[in-house]
Design a protein. Structure first.
Ligand code: DAH
Length: 333
């Protein structure tokens, strides 16, 4: 066959293979097949050139160079094309500016709890956690709440029938974070200074200020000489740090089985007062239940509703907003 024709055939075959190659691996395969240094088909063309007579050589040499350049150029062009983003393949023009990404934010209650931990942490309280599924010992008995206390009415609590069958004893969704007081005291020795933040559950009728699930911050301080004055100072400092100096708190005498004396705590709100939780000096029966000697140690405890603080701070009128998952509400914080 005419060597010039063989050169032309080589070029045509190489260009066809390159334009059929749709990815870089296929282009590389074509490069090796045609231009490969060791066994590429271009070697045959070189051999032809070697065998050519002196008269043939100038024309053949020129053709060889021309063919090699053409195939090399086509190879490079194909390589570049495939390296470019495939706008036409996906229909997306990635050179256009993208849609603006809207960043999410922390839920207002999460923000409140983070700030609570921060403020109370500066007063030396560390954070403890407890389970949301509780037994009656931690939710009631160790807290000096006897079996006939109205708070233990099954209709006032979420008892779990199946969990009960597994554990042997009654199990309920905790109705208060005071459970964590017991769990901490069972495991540690005084002095103790902890808070615990988390969810509690009660079958309350849901309205603007009540929910069947809400959050509490429990506090506990145990030492050799803890006083009610320290309790009041801690709560006043805490409330004014979170809500501002114009907030006043007041104590009203009250009753809780796990504190003696007990108080209810209110904060000023507009012309009136809003209850924010309970507090008191830890009842000797509670100290005994966890193996502490009431003659040796004393302590204070408090429990706050976290939603109420957040509502006052941000002027939120309805507690249901927190759980409706409405972005128009959530994006304001
Ligand atoms: N556990 C109480 C409740 O959920 C609140 C409370 C009152 C907690 C007095 C305390 C306390 O630690 O001392 O209603």
């Amino acid at each position: 066959m005419d060597p010039l024709q063989q050169y032309e055939d080589f070029a045509n075959a190489a260009l066809t293979a390159l334009s059929a190659a749709t990815d870089t691996a296929a282009v590389e395969a074509a490069r090796i097949e045609f231009l490969g240094k060791k066994s590429g088909r271009i070697k045959t063309l070189q051999d032809l050139l070697g065998k050519a007579t002196a008269e043939q050589r100038p024309a053949l040499g020129a053709k060889f160079n021309e063919v090699r350049q053409r195939v090399t150029a086509a190879l490079e062009a194909r390589q570049q094309e495939l390296a470019k983003p495939k706008a036409s393949l996906t229909g997306i023009d990635i050179s256009l500016p993208g849609e603006q990404i809207r960043l999410g934010r922390r839920h207002p209650l999460t923000q409140t709890m983070d700030e609570f931990r921060d403020i109370i942490g500066r007063m030396g309280f560390t954070v403890a956690y407890g389970p949301e599924l509780e037994d009656e010992w931690h939710n009631f008995e160790a807290l000096n709440i006897p079996a006939d206390h109205p708070a233990r009415d099954p209709l006032e609590n979420f008892y779990l029938a199946t969990a009960q069958a597994v554990s042997g004893g009654p199990v309920l969704l905790r109705s208060q974070t005071s459970t964590v007081q017991i769990r901490v005291m069972e495991k540690s020795k005084p002095p103790i200074r902890i808070v615990s933040l988390g969810r509690v559950y009660r079958p309350d009728t849901i309205d603007a200020t009540h929910s069947c699930m809400f959050h509490q911050m429990e506090g506990l301080m145990i030492g050799s000489d803890v006083t009610m004055a320290q309790l009041k100072t801690t709560l006043r400092l805490f409330a004014t740090t979170y809500l501002g100096r114009d907030v006043t708190i007041r104590f009203r005498p009250s009753f809780f089985p796990f504190t003696e004396p007990s108080v209810e705590v209110d904060m000023s709100w507009g012309q009136g007062w809003m209850e924010i939780g309970g507090a008191g000096m830890v009842d000797p029966n509670v100290l005994r239940a966890v193996g502490f000697d009431p003659e040796e140690v004393s302590g204070f405890a408090f429990g706050f509703g976290i939603e109420r603080f957040c509502m006052r701070r941000h002027n939120i009128k309805d507690i249901r907003r927190f759980t409706e998952n409405d972005v128009r509400f959530l994006s304001q914080f």
